[in-house]
Design a protein. Structure first.
Length: 157
């Protein structure tokens, strides 16, 4: 029998100061819903945690034990021409209601941008492959085979 802590709260983000009092996890007080979404996205991306809406204007970011052991899939939204479409599709996949800013769509070519984990534990990325889709696809699929990762490429063009 395995005994131990399997999940833990990494952070709490809220717009409702009266709902939360935490001494065990960092607490972020957001000014509004948009700020709450932005903070949740940044914290979940940097910690590889999963965002959960617990109501009352509050999100918790949880590190799940099973996610630390197995990443089910890397889903990569790709584009050559339409960065906005790739980012919007990834945000929709992650169920983020955040506005897409100019900074979000100004991607350096051939650089992976990690956006977070979906509810199934899949890592979500976006990339602008810039010139040759076939070269990019061969590189990604080759790396996936080397590292034994499962990759799904979603081309937005």
């Amino acid at each position: 029998m395995e005994i131990g802590i399997k999940d833990f709260i990494i952070a709490i983000i809220t717009t409702n100061r009266d709902f939360v009092d935490s001494s065990t996890a960092p607490l972020f007080i957001a000014e509004n819903e948009e700020d709450k979404e932005r903070i949740a996205l940044l914290v979940s991306k940097t910690t590889m945690g999963m965002v959960h809406d617990i109501g009352h204007g509050t999100y918790i970011i949880v590190k799940h034990w099973y996610l630390m052991k197995v990443i089910v899939l890397k889903i990569i939204y790709t584009t050559k021409k339409d960065n906005y479409a790739a980012v919007k599709a990834a945000y929709t996949h992650l169920q983020l209601n955040q506005e897409i800013s100019e900074q979000d769509i100004n991607m350096e070519p051939m650089r992976f941008y990690y956006l977070g984990l979906d509810r199934d534990g899949n890592e979500i990325y976006v990339i602008n492959y810039y010139k040759d889709k076939h070269i990019y696809k061969n590189i990604v699929e080759g790396l996936a085979r080397i590292y034994e990762d499962n990759v799904l490429i979603v081309d937005m063009d």
